[in-house]
Design a protein around this ligand. Structure first.
Ligand code: ADP
Length: 262
């Protein structure tokens, strides 16, 4: 049984793509309301780990447990990938897991043929079957919050990268997920657009959203992550408070990585 203040517990997750073993037994704990940053060299398995948290990748073994919802009253949900189940049962498990979190992608992944508002309301209305008028009102309030009220009827191609990513964040928030997952949310942006997006993410952290963020922005991770997890070669090499892992790393591999980037 999970303590109620845990948002996420991952145990022993492994994943291979053919002969390439990418995750070699990852454990991850995210307390409710906290921010965990996944850092590490390119190819170390960070994105695969993140995508495994909401079924965009299916682990070969291990378990992913999302804690009970604080406000939604949802019970904890645990998916054990080590126990074989039918294809249909696995698909149902994945679908339940996916409902608990929302992903913000590196390349925004907005629907190009839909307006900003349509992008934001699509999931809540079509998938969650929530009342359209209520969802529109919430979407408009969220867009105003990130400074995009006047872009409601624009199409993604009419927006800058930073604006598109803020829509990506609003689209995730509109789903009212228990967990927000960010996959290198600023690495496609021109440098002058990065800060706007980071500021929005920082505000969400201060509001108490539970977040897992894959990032190369170590200065940002240092400022806002409660815990930093350094991965290399599909394992967690070192984890701890941001102040420790980024300022006084214990492991040689972490030291070399941090020295190069900070
Ligand atoms: P990181 O996010 O740390 O850069 P990734 O999780 O993206 O690492 O990738 C880890 C390894 O998994 C890389 O070698 C990558 O080529 C491989 N990989 C990731 N996704 C796939 C996929 N869908 N099919 C095959 N190989 C993949």
């Amino acid at each position: 049984m999970l303590p109620t203040d845990f948002a996420l517990q991952v145990r022993g997750v492994t994943k291979s793509f053919g002969a390439n073993t990418v995750l070699r037994g990852i454990d991850l704990d995210v307390p409710r309301g906290k921010v965990v940053a996944l850092i590490g060299p390119s190819g170390s398995g960070k994105t695969t780990m993140l995508r495994s948290l909401n079924g965009l990748e299916i682990p070969d073994a291990g378990s992913v447990t999302v804690g009970a919802g604080a406000t939604s009253g949802l019970p904890a949900l645990s998916v054990d990938f080590s126990t074989p189940v039918s294809k249909k049962a696995r698909a149902e498990q994945i679908s339940l897991l996916r409902d608990r979190s929302a992903m913000v992608f590196q390349q925004y992944n907005l629907f190009p043929h839909m307006t900003v508002l349509q992008n934001v309301i699509e999931g809540p209305v079509q998938v969650q079957k929530r009342p359209r008028e209520e969802v529109i009102a919430e979407a408009e309030a969220l867009l105003a919050r990130v400074g995009l009220a006047d872009k409601r009827d624009s199409y993604p191609f009419e927006l800058s990268g930073g604006q598109q990513q803020r829509v990506g964040i609003v689209r995730a928030l509109a789903l009212k997920p228990q967990l927000l997952l960010f996959d290198e949310p600023t690495s496609s942006l021109d440098p002058e657009l990065v800060d706007d997006v980071l500021a929005v993410i920082k505000e969400l952290a201060e509001e108490g959203w539970t977040m897992v963020i894959v990032t190369h922005e170590l200065a940002f991770a240092r400022q806002m992550a409660d815990e930093v997890v350094f991965m290399d070669g599909g394992v967690v090499v070192e984890r701890g408070p941001a102040s420790q892992v980024l300022r006084k790393p214990q492991e040689e591999r972490t030291q070399a990585f941090v020295r190069r980037l900070l």
